[in-house]
Design a protein around this ligand. Structure first.
Ligand code: SF4
Length: 713
């Protein structure tokens, strides 16, 4: 997958950022003094992006020449860092782990992973943690991204795969409902797949804000349902009520492919249109029209889809909210058919693969449950260890961080691919917890806000310097390729874990460092699991095959399994093959408003930045485009709070205060303000967010916080 013209070497790979995993070509000039610094990026034809890239993608080569790159291990000496050798840093970390465990037991060490790690690293991180460290305390930032949709998907379908169909199935569809997603800013090339629906007046966007995606819907004659924050579940139940009572359900589908309708209906029955409008703020006429658009498109077989994203999922009732939305999709007969479906839009670059290979507290590779004896036996055999030596279920991400430095909690923490000082909910509290650790180790390639707090920082490779695989939001396994040489100094995390494992008295061969060798082991570990990669090989991917899991190794030589682009066409992955309606009750918003906190603050993203902004804030074009935090508010709301456009405001919740300039926008709801979460210091959005957890997925209530807005000057 390399081509060359004289000294120009081009490598086919994918974007370092989001789950759309747009295909790109990186070209370097080998005549340059440092070829990596000459790298340029251009879009490449691929089904997900059709040659396009967004602003983040086309500026991504800047990461390869960023002057902030960390080149040597750093050890804290008081308030400063000192460069040390790899040997010294690794010895220090291994001794820190051993000290913590000697005094406080195995679970005193914690591991925090990330949804941007390659499949190979996600897999090896889980193995290293459970085998070399023997701790149950491993979780990752995907817990805060996908876990509610994952839990709801498993509950209804028996499998969680973001889109259980190729993204190109959306391309010609005439009706698409997006619950809580602003793809026009988070993954712009995705919008191309919505064009047919948008142009047909069939794009429907549920969002408290009039986002760029909502505007696209309205421009084409579609709908923006400007829901009150935190009431998505009520809206889904109200839409289901209309679908049932006004004759839009696919009765044959419900009778033959689903179960649980009789238990589901009594709760839905309470959501008559007027109650739904009262609770959600969405006019009945719009709700009814949305249901009609979806139902008619399904009936006429012109493509009808429902998608969810973080706006619906990042709530303390996120799992039930997604279940309510899946219930609507089942009534209309969408999942498991060609030309219609339900799916969730994965956010992080390897948000899909990252949740399949064992870096989650309750999971082993292949999307297996860690407390399942058969799963433990299978994985232990691949790892060459005793199943009884494997730890059990650990703490979820927020609970793990909340335990830091506490009696019975984690005393030494290692972080990979996450910037938790910004991205954790109730971030001020989590920063205090990080400060109370005996040892904090951060692997990163730039000095993120979390790395700046560490006792040891290990410099690692970044995307275009490494080989590996990722899995896109549609379950398609992709090759990430080394396009440039890494500078001298940084190492792969795979090497870091092997070195640490040896210091922890493990054999080196148990922790291979060559990505393809790790992938081949991952294939064996995943065999027979939900996310079965056993039939996927580097060779097949390098030959250009698009392989979606599950792809079992059939052992039939010349006829490898083709992979599974579309799930559920014949049956759902439940014990009886039927998709389950889940009976759920809407219990209101998580945090009540009162005179002290009379507004609802919602958080989200802007076009120029990715996640905590640790990478994108370092790119001049992106920081020029969106250099500081803002609070978006209706002018009347701002005026009520004594503020005008451009004033410096502070947003105060029950947990903390953040600062931002006011951006007045007449399309905002009067009861709602919006803040993006990419910024550091006093502009950290997560200083105010609510760590209340979903009882099933352990997803925090990121999206809605009760706040007051006041003048900061
Ligand atoms: Fe594509 Fe996402 Fe990268 Fe933008 S950030 S180029 S949408 S993969």
């Amino acid at each position: 997958m390399k081509t060359s013209t004289t000294n120009l070497i081009s490598t086919a790979t994918h974007c370092p950022y989001c789950g759309l995993q747009c295909a790109m070509k990186i070209t370097r000039d080998d005549r340059a003094a440092v070829p990596a610094r000459s790298a340029t990026v251009e879009g490449r034809q691929f089904p997900t992006n059709r040659g396009g890239l967004c602003q983040k993608g086309w500026t991504s080569a800047e990461l390869l020449r960023n002057p902030d790159r960390i080149l040597t291990p750093l050890l804290r000496r008081g308030s400063r860092f000192e460069s040390v050798s790899w040997e010294a840093a690794l010895d220090y970390i291994a001794a820190g782990f051993q000290d913590a465990q000697r005094v406080n037991g195995a679970d005193a060490v914690g591991m925090f992973g990330g949804g941007g790690l390659t499949n190979e690293k996600a897999y090896m991180l889980g193995k290293f943690t459970r085998v070399a460290l023997g701790t149950s305390n491993i979780d990752y930032n995907g817990r805060w991204c996908m876990s509610s949709a994952a839990a709801a998907g498993i509950r209804s379908f028996g499998v969680d795969r973001g889109l259980p169909f190729p993204v190109t199935d959306l391309t010609g569809a005439k009706a698409i409902l997006i619950f809580g997603g602003n793809v026009a800013e988070t993954m712009p090339p995705f919008v191309g797949h919505l064009s047919a629906a948008a142009n047909a007046g069939g794009l429907i966007v549920v969002d408290p804000r009039r986002t760029a995606t909502a505007m696209r819907a309205e421009e084409g004659g579609g709908l923006h349902l400007q829901v009150q924050p935190g009431t998505d579940m009520a809206l889904a139940l109200g839409m289901a009520h209309i679908a049932i009572t006004e004759g839009h359900i696919d009765r044959t589908y419900v009778d033959t492919r689903t179960k649980g309708y009789d238990e589901y209906w009594p709760e839905v029955a309470q959501w008559d249109p007027s109650r739904t409008e009262r609770v959600t703020g969405v006019p009945v006429a719009q709700i009814r029209r949305a249901v009609e658009i979806l139902a008619h498109a399904k009936r006429d077989e012109v493509g009808s889809f429902i998608l969810t994203a973080r706006g619906a999922e990042q709530h303390a009732n996120g799992t039930d909210t997604v279940s309510a939305i899946i219930g609507l999709a089942l009534l209309l007969g969408l999942p498991g058919n060609r030309g219609s479906g339900y799916g969730c839009i994965t956010g992080q670059g390897n948000g899909q693969g990252g949740r399949e290979h064992g870096q989650k507290a309750d999971q082993l590779p292949g999307y297996r449950k860690i407390n399942d004896p058969a799963a433990r036996a299978h994985v232990a055999e691949v790892w060459g260890v005793d199943p009884d030596s494997l730890p059990g279920v650990g703490k979820s991400a927020y609970e793990l961080l909340d335990s830091l430095g506490q009696p019975g909690g984690v005393k030494a923490l290692m972080v990979h691919g996450s910037n938790i000082a910004l991205s954790a909910p109730n971030a001020g509290h989590i920063v205090d917890r990080l400060r109370s650790l005996d040892m904090l180790v951060v692997c990163d390639f730039v000095m993120s806000e979390t790395a700046a707090m560490a006792d040891v920082v290990l410099p690692v490779l970044q995307w275009a310097e490494e080989e590996g695989t990722l899995t896109s939001l549609e379950g398609r396994v992709l090759r990430r390729r080394r396009a440039v040489a890494a500078p001298e100094g940084p190492r792969s995390e795979l090497e870091v874990w092997q070195e640490l494992a040896v210091r922890l008295n493990q054999p080196a061969h148990r922790f291979p460092t060559e990505p393809q060798v790790v992938f081949d082991e991952l294939r064996r570990a995943s065999k027979g699991g939900i996310a079965d990669y056993s039939g996927v090989t580097y060779q097949r991917l390098d030959d250009g095959e698009a392989v979606h899991w599950p792809c079992p190794d059939t052992g039939e030589g010349n006829t490898p399994h083709p992979g599974t682009p579309r799930l559920f066409l014949d049956a759902f992955a439940t014990s009886d093959g039927r998709a389950a309606f889940v009976s759920i009750a809407y219990g209101g918003q998580t945090e009540p408003l009162d005179n002290e906190f009379p507004l609802l603050a919602i958080t989200g993203r802007v076009l120029a930045h990715y996640q905590s902004g640790a990478q994108t804030r370092r790119i001049r074009e992106l920081s020029d485009a969106a250099g500081e935090m803002f609070v978006q508010a209706h002018p009347d709301t701002a005026e009520r709070c004594g503020l005008r456009n451009g004033d410096l405001a502070q947003l105060v919740s029950r947990r903390g205060t953040t600062q931002a300039r006011v951006h007045c926008d007449e399309t905002m709801r009067l009861d709602t303000v919006f803040i993006p979460f990419h910024y550091p210091d006093a502009e950290r959005a997560n200083l105010i967010t609510n760590p209340a957890l979903d009882p099933t997925s352990r997803m925090p209530e990121f999206k809605v916080s009760a706040v007051r807005l006041e003048n900061a000057t």
